[in-house]
Design a protein around this ligand. Sequence first.
Ligand code: ZN
Length: 324
Amino acid sequence: MASRTVSCRSRPPGHCRWAAWAAALVLGLSAAHAAPPMVPAGKTVQLTEQVYMIPDQGVPLVPNVGIIVGSAGVLVVDTGMGPANAEIVLNEVRQITDKPILYLVSTHFHPEHNFGAQSFPLSTVLIYSTAQHRDVLTKGEAYRTWFIDMFGADVQALLEPVKLVTPDVTFERRAVVNLGDLPVELLHFGYAAHTGGDTVIYLPEQKILFAGGLTPNQGFPIVPDGDSSVRGWIATLDDLAALDAATVVPGHGQLTDAQVMQRVKTYLTSVQGQARDLKAAGVALADAQDRLYTVFTQRYPDWREPDWIRNAVELSYAEADAAN
Ligand SMILES: [Zn+2]
């Protein structure tokens, strides 16, 4: 893909910060030879006897997809972007089992995680946290438009057929579904973090956590707009750590363990504290962003997408006024 001009006109209304995400993703897509962001077929890996993951293979705009198989049926975590990707997910499920897909859950409303629900059988129960449902209703169409505008023909072909689907069930903070012999916890912790409605899927018996955008592995946390929250993210990580997970499936990136929660918290807490100090000292936001970009790229030289440091600083500046 030729380099694409990223401007503040190409964003959801009111959020110039999005340009940084677009820049990072466009660079990523360019590096991937601008192939359409497709969930890989035939690459599904088995984590335990009943739990599988379709890995993103490092492709931008492709999520890690979860497939959980109980004695009564299946729960799928995240859809891929658009019905073409969801069809690949459905086919991967069929390679594993012919049991019914009882439930579909997404970790958050971003298009690659959520915008394929229409392809699932009518009998599949779609479950959202109420906060995620609110994100879909208030921002879903804007994201479709913005993604098409920003990422071009490949993404347009994936997103134009999307119909945003009304959930069958919503919950506030916690729901438990039982796949026959396998309880699955669905949790929203009541804070905005990566998005307003981040939802995690936890298997308490296997200690496996599908954490979506909350636990970037070797990448800087993505705080895409004013609906994200550094403070809320830190609080959410404390709740996630209390789950006692052993294996963490991030929304993107390689499989990891519970240490990822502490790594992300250490980073966010440090950004928050240093931004607060700089603001209190009267340092202009742009200067603080430059200083802390240097600090954190030196501290985490191997992490992907360092442009997100600037957004975390900006959000921390905004949140500092209400500091506790
Ligand atoms: Zn996301």
